[in-house]
Design a protein around this ligand. Sequence first.
Ligand SMILES: Cc1ncc(C[n+]2csc(CCOP(=O)(O)OP(=O)(O)O)c2C)c(N)n1
Ligand SMILES: [Mg+2]
Length: 373
Amino acid sequence: MNIIYEGQIPFYQFLNEHSQVIQPLPEWALTKETLINYYQQMVIARQFDTKAIALQRTGQLGTYASSAGCEAIDVVTASLMSEADVLVPYYRNHAMQMIRGMELSDILLYWGGDERGNSSPAQREDFPNCVPIATQCLHACGVASAIKIRAQQRATVCMLGDGATSKGDFLEALNVAGVWQLPVVFIINNNQWAISVPRSLQSIALTLAQKALGAGIRGEQVDGNDVIALHQSVASALQRAREGKGPTLIEAVSYRLSDHTTADDATRYRHPDALKTAWEKEPIKRLRNYLHAQGWWQEHNETEWQHQTATLIQASVEQYLDTPPQPVSAMFDYLFADLPEHLVKQRDIAVSRDSGESSCNSNSSGNDREAAS
Ligand SMILES: Cc1ncc(C[n+]2csc(CCOP(=O)(O)OP(=O)(O)O)c2C)c(N)n1
Ligand SMILES: [Mg+2]
């Protein structure tokens, strides 16, 4: 017998869970600028997340998917993308949308059930949030195909979760990306859970990255709590894509520090010890400890940045709450280019109800938005 194929999955880590450097750093990480920027963006993402959950709990936002634990993945990837690259996100990538230019108030608007939050001009050609699991992987291949046909130097970034890797759509997308050598980077946020299904029941494969090997494309695993490792891995993958050197699958290992969404209660299926251990490894603390040790980030920097961030978030919350809700009939405006006949009738009913309601409820404010959504 001869072995005709042997696969390898590299694992990247520079900053271990104790914030210690475990191998020589790349040159860009020897100075503080990029690292501090990553840290600051992650703090914004975490504060935004906390605020969004508080808004939901007080009836001022719809169901919301927390990004606690995936800040490093999102911040590093979005920061490395060029304006011309295309983001195909799923529902946990608020920090990416923020860095790509969306207003935080628009992101809140979306989670408040208002479609205008999904049509910000700042999104340019980026896709809206994808909620059906893994379907975005094929959309990303469509985008990447268009980029390839036009011979443009742009990359498509497709975000997905560990649970999404069990879907046929994901495997089909990997396959076609390989066959057509598409300029796409798939990034799995392996946060160890697909709602209540643990990673161990998702696949018996040692890594999720190795699924790339079956499609003949490059697969690698990276510590998703280590901004330096993420930077190295994502920057190279983006460069390969833009240079026409084919797709990459990156599995970023993280942990979901929150419930699945605000509609979930993870205490019903998750042992508190696992969560406690995960908090020891989380990306923000890991980088903060390193920056402190380098003397690049002091206590007063922390206090000032937390304060500045709180002011920014508060302003975006106010802008969101001050946005008058859309009329009920707006729900017909976003799905069809040409509304089918039966929906035209329904929209007409909604429009006449809206005009009746607005005349007897002229004081309607943004605080009514959950009722409206
Ligand atoms: C096609 C489809 N099936 C089922 C669901 C219900 N659902 C919503 S989130 C989720 C789990 C996804 O887990 P994962 O891919 O790991 O992403 P995470 O939420 O953990 O980031 C499921 C099954 C869905 N949205 N779409
Ligand atoms: Mg998951």
